[in-house]
Design a protein around this ligand. Structure first.
Ligand SMILES: Nc1ncnc2c1ncn2[C@@H]1O[C@H](COP(=O)(O)OP(=O)(O)OP(=O)(O)O)[C@@H](O)[C@H]1O
Length: 245
């Protein structure tokens, strides 16, 4: 479970990226953070990864403070970055092995974890090929495997489908649904309305660094008195700037 309470972050003297943001992402659910450009989504996620220190507030992953115990909190987290930084001279297996070692896995446990994730992602045949020349879908699978080889309970993705082709997006969506069914907590940021409506159990709408509304897509539509999430979103934040349909 990921919890954010009254999170504040100011850059320089004037840019208030987070202004008291609070929300919870539960286990067994996919939670989407939806907000226009500059709303504070990435700043919030970077605080959870331990890459940024909030000025004020609480951010916990399974009850562990990302601000006070960032390394321990980070160990409970799989992170899917917005760019796939693969080491092209290594094989897929070697890359996953490297990330497994960073997460403290070794010996038989490491081997078993790598074999499990290769099986889960149906990528055994790719395992011993160098990643140079991999298709986008294959690169995405390696990135997913790297993020999840230590079997974290929580998975955070920053605009995961940005730049992905249709096939890769489908593979990713299917995997996220399966991961959720196993009881994991999934949190992803997006400003793509269709993606959020199709995948999320709960949506957290962020605007100007604050929570504008939260609920299931249906609840948000009801709250705004609209039948489409896109219309509800525009009504709830009072603008349609920076949002993709
Ligand atoms: N390192 C930084 N230094 C200065 N300002 C920053 C920094 N990081 C973010 N900001 C500012 O904080 C605000 C929130 O940015 P953030 O990247 O969190 O928004 P976002 O919701 O992820 O936007 P997008 O959808 O465009 O990625 C913006 O005004 C941004 O310019």
């Amino acid at each position: 479970m990921i919890k954010v309470e009254n999170l504040h972050k100011t850059f320089g003297k004037t840019v208030k990226a987070l202004d008291g943001l609070s929300f919870t992402a539960n286990d067994g659910e996919i939670t989407g953070i939806l907000g226009p450009n500059g709303a504070g989504k990435t700043t919030c996620l970077r605080t959870l990864y331990g890459l940024l220190k909030a000025d004020e507030g609480i951010a916990t992953i399974d009850g562990i403070s990302a601000l006070e115990q960032p390394i321990l909190a980070r160990a409970q987290l799989g992170i899917f970055p917005d760019k796939f930084g693969l080491y092209e001279r290594l094989t897929a297996y070697e890359q996953i092995d490297y990330f497994a070692s960073i997460h403290g896995l070794s010996g038989g446990k490491k081997k078993a974890s790598i074999e499990q994730i290769l099986k889960d992602l149906e990528m055994e045949e790719l395992a011993h090929r160098k990643t140079q020349g991999f298709s986008q879908g294959q690169r995405m699978k390696v990135t997913l495997a790297q993020a999840l080889v230590h079997q974290p309970k929580n998975f955070v993705l920053d605009e995961p489908t940005r730049g992905l082709d249709v096939m890769s997006t489908r593979i990713l969506r299917d995997y996220l649904r399966r991961f959720k069914e196993q009881g994991h907590c999934i949190l992803f940021s997006s400003h793509v309305m269709q993606e959020v409506a199709a995948l999320c159990d709960r949506v957290v709408i962020v605007a100007n660094g604050r929570l504008a509304a939260e609920g299931t897509p249906e609840e948000l539509c009801q709250l705004a008195g609209e039948s489409q999430l896109e219309e509800a979103f525009v009504k709830l934040i009072g603008s349609d700037e920076g949002v993709a349909a």
